[in-house]
Design a protein around this ligand. Sequence first.
Ligand code: HEC
Length: 211
Amino acid sequence: MLLSGLVPQSEILNILFKLPAESRCRLRRGSVALLGILLCAPAVTCAEPDTGHAGMVEAAAEFSGRLRTALQSAMRAGGPVAAIEVCHQQAPAIATAVGAERGLLVRRTGVRLRNPGNVADPMDQQLMEDFARQMAEGADPATLAVLSSTPDGRLRYTRAIPVEAVCLACHGDAIAPDLSDAIKAHYPDDRATGFQPGQLRGLLVVETLNP
Ligand code: HEC
């Protein structure tokens, strides 16, 4: 405690509380000596989200949790045809919202695409090949996640999205005709059918905005 030797702790806390939250966050990151004092002060909180590995894992879990909830309640309320509408609007909206809340970019891509906007870049493509091979060899998809760096120096967390039984209504090989029409209406070039449970469906990608 470098500072506390020179100035009484109550004085230091007074000064710190007058600082805007942002500077307090910077101080907390920047100084181990101050960290001890700040941790003792219950009113000091740092509002900046974690954009490191742990924050990315959380963002991925939050995105898939929110989307799954939206999908399940739409399926219960109006069946798969109504759920197409929800997926069409909610999947990109939830990704944007979770990303904005956490200062990260959240997106999905697929082995074969329904929405051509979810296109895979070369790193995604390579990982999909690796993950699909590991799954074919018996790997548990829950363990398939990597932390990497993009060519422009941003941190990227990528996790496998496996096909489950509930996905088959919309991604399997026996799509009901009314559902198929609803899918074609939004996605005339849909290629995301014919999947089997246990196969790789795609990737959930979380990345930092800046290097
Ligand atoms: C009610 C129909 C429906 C169900 C059920 C469904 N999806 Fe989808 N899925 C869609 C639609 C619609 C899109 C396109 C969303 C968009 O525009 O981004 C999509 C897109 C995706 C994508 C993004 C890649 C692409 O092809 O555009 C992935 C990955 C995906 N789904 C995985 C799953 C998984 C895994 C499940 C099961 C847990 C599932 N889906 C269940 C309708 C469905």
